[in-house]
Design a protein around this ligand. Sequence first.
Ligand SMILES: [Zn+2]
Length: 313
Amino acid sequence: MSNRTTDWQEGNRAEIKVTAIQTGTANCHTKQEIGPAEWGPTRRKIGIMMDKEWAGPLPIYAYLVEHPEGNFLVDTGDSAHNSEKDWLPKLNPFFQKEVQIRVAPEEEVGPQLTGLGVDAAKDLKAVVMTHMHHDHTGGLNHFPHTEILADPAGLKAARRKRGLIGAVPRTWPRWFDPKPFVYDAGPVGPFQRSASLTSDGAIRIVETPGHMEGHVCVIARGIDHTYILAGDLTYRERNLMDDAVDGVTYSVETSLASQRGIKAIGEAEPSILLPAHDPDAVARLEAGRTMNASAEVSLEAPVNGMPVAAVAK
Ligand SMILES: [Zn+2]
C-alpha cells in the first residue's frame, strides 16, 4: 500500500472525485469547538462542562474518495444507536450532557453508499479512519468485508482509555481489527513522513495529532485541487485559519502544529479543506473554493511578511 519512490514535490495527481456523505448531526458546546487560547487541556475540559451555549447542530460527514485504483471511504460517521438510551457510556457526563447525536437509521453510511450505487463489500478498496471517536466509528458495522486502515497509536489510546477520550471501543464490531498505516512514503509538505494508499502516491495519510492521539488527515491530490479530508483537525476552516484550537485537545501546542502543517499545504497548493463537521464544507467542495481563496477574503495576518491577500491566488 505504500510507495517509497514517489516524491510529493514532483506532484503525482490523479482523477479524483470526492463526495460528502452526511450521517446525521452532532451538537457540542461552543467551548468544545474552540477553547480560549490561554487555557490548557484540563481548563478547556472544565470549560466545556460549564458551557451552556451550543455550537451546532453540525453535520457529521464521511467522505467517499474515488481514485482510478479504487474507492476509499474516509470515516464512517455515527450510528442511529446513539439515539438509544445507554448506548454511549452512561456514567460519563461528557456523553450524557456535552454531545447530542441525531442519526436516523437510513442516514447511516451503509444505506447511503447503497443509494450512491456503491456496494460496501465489493466497491471499496478500504475504509480509512481519521481517528477513533464515536462519531467517526459509528458506521463500522456496515463494513465487515472491507479492509479498514487506522493509525496504531490512535487505536492503542482508544483501547487504553476506553470511553474516557470520546472513543468507545465496546461499541466497535467484534471483528474490528484494522490494518495499521505504514508511514514509509516520505514527506508531504511540512510533514516528515506519510503513508500512501495508492501506487501513484496521490492519496497520502499524514499524522495530525492533538484532537486525539493518532489523529490523521487524508490528502488526496486531484487534477485541479488537492482535497484535505481533515477529520476533526478543526471543526471549521475558519478556526484553522485563525489558529483556534478545540476544547478537547490533549495538547494545544500539538494541535496547533498539526493545524499549521495543514495550513502550509493550503498555502503551497490549491487545497479544499473538508473537515468532518464543517457546515460550509459541501459548499466549498461544490464551488471548488480553496483555503487560499478563503484566506484572501478573511485573513489579515501576514504570510512571509506580505499580506495574505497579496500572495493568495
Ligand atoms: Zn473527534
